[in-house]
Write a protein of this length. Structure first.
Length: 84
């Protein structure tokens, strides 16, 4: 199957840079907890995109925090397997 592996497993140290590249300034959050909230919001927007589906994405490597929070009302793995 053609496609790519989407890697969303950045560390806490690299998260501020990832957010900045996504358009989220360090002024938009305060502390690690709010930074993780912003990173999760970013990931959820990507996961919910119609382009993020099984015809393009064959696997996803996720940050542990994503599993802890889930996506919408579903656990992350179930969402990605069933919805997308």
């Amino acid at each position: 199957q053609e496609g790519f592996v989407a890697a969303f497993d950045q560390s806490l140290g690299s998260t501020p840079k990832v957010l900045r590249l996504y358009g989220v300034s360090v002024c938009d959050y305060f502390g690690e907890s709010e930074m993780l909230d912003k990173a999760h919001e970013m990931r959820c927007r990507i996961f919910r995109s119609p382009s993020f589906d099984g015809s393009r994405v064959i696997a996803a490597i996720l940050f542990e925090d994503t599993f802890d929070r889930g996506i919408g009302d579903l656990p992350a793995a179930r969402y990605l397997r069933g919805v997308q």
